[in-house]
Design a binder for this molecule. Sequence first.
Ligand code: G3H
Length: 454
Amino acid sequence: MYGCSDAKARNEFARTRDGAAMAAIPATLAPGNTVKPCPLRAPLVVTVVGLPCRGKSLAAHKVARHLSWRGESAKVFTVNENATNETLSEISLFFKEGNNVAIIDGMHLTRASRQTVATFCCEAVFHHLLIEFTCNEKCLQENVADTVQFYRNLDQNIDWERRFRESNDHHAPQFEPCSALEGPLITVNNSEDSMYHSVTARGVRGAIQTDILGVLASPVIRQQTFYFSRHGESEYNVLGRIGGDADLSSRGMKYAERLARQLGGPGSAPDCPRPKVVSRNYKSNPKYISTNSIWTSELRRTIHTVQNIPGPRAAIKDLNEINAGICEGLTYEEIQERFPQEFAWRDQDKFKYRYPHGESYLDLLQRVDSVVQALLTNTDVLVVSHQAVLRCIMAYFKGVKPDDVPYINVPLHTLLIVRSYGYDFVVETVPLKVECVDTYRIQPKVKYRIPYRR
Ligand code: G3H
């Protein structure tokens, strides 16, 4: 384990710190003691460090949401100031239940408070990662204003601004910044402006910690709105065929007009949401330039769906529909007839099932990760894509577990509006009332079995 088995770092820590710090090193960490190395897949405890209103909670929840979406089992444990023994017991139980990432969202301003968690991790053979948050005065003011607004909605009789200022003044003198000698450490200097937002890392190892570092690398934008829609009904949808690059049906074209009216196109109401116009350059396949605000796949049914909506646009390959491989262009009945074994396997585990020469939902989730990360650095983006892709993206905002992703209902001719609300997202479903087929295939209750053949 990093902060545990690294005797050199511990000795260094003991040499360079004063008596109080030395006394804080537990017996299990004392030089010469034998410690168990931490297996690669051991659970991870993340200790969040920082004064009030430095953006700790937003970031902690962003990390948990991302890891859970990617198939890890992460949870935020919110504490007043420091993790207590009760918190640590809860975490032990959480790991015993098979989960693997616990994020303790508190202040942990003193070395001693962090050492308590480090000792717990060392004894239980868990990985431990510290994340320290700071921010500049401008960012602090914005954070305070935001938090005050949030709490004011809950209780108007309290002077929340004064309360946060006092809490900050009270805690500031206690703050002992983290030292890399305390173990793996990520420091985040928060700003909504990506040019001022900075992150440093020491001792970070392994896929999960590297993932966390990636999530923290871009700033958390406090107020975000995204619009999502599938393409208008396609000629293939009408025939019940999957995949391909068919164009819109006549009802699909009607939907394209209706969507444009909803989003600032011809005939729209003056107060309807309009994509921000920053640059009018059409990029054929850029890597998520932040000035683009209408993102489609490269397939014509999505490109034609947004053709009447004003604003800069980008066609992004990663937003293309799931590749159905040998089943492209077939109906479900044809797949069942021609490839019964494949059909049955898909029903058994739709999330992990990969079409021969094609993709699985698991592959797709990996593919759209970069799109989601790019979205999170933006706001007011309209994404027009496909059923399977939007299921994967909506799973992030709705907090849906991987196995349930292939069954999220994303109907045709419906606008989904996602708004951030603190560290949560609220999804509004707006059916635009243009007739279309229903492409949803329910999860079979009794899983399909292949008849035994002699
Ligand atoms: O294959 C194309 C569909 O949009 C994905 O739907 O995963 O429910 O079969 P499905």
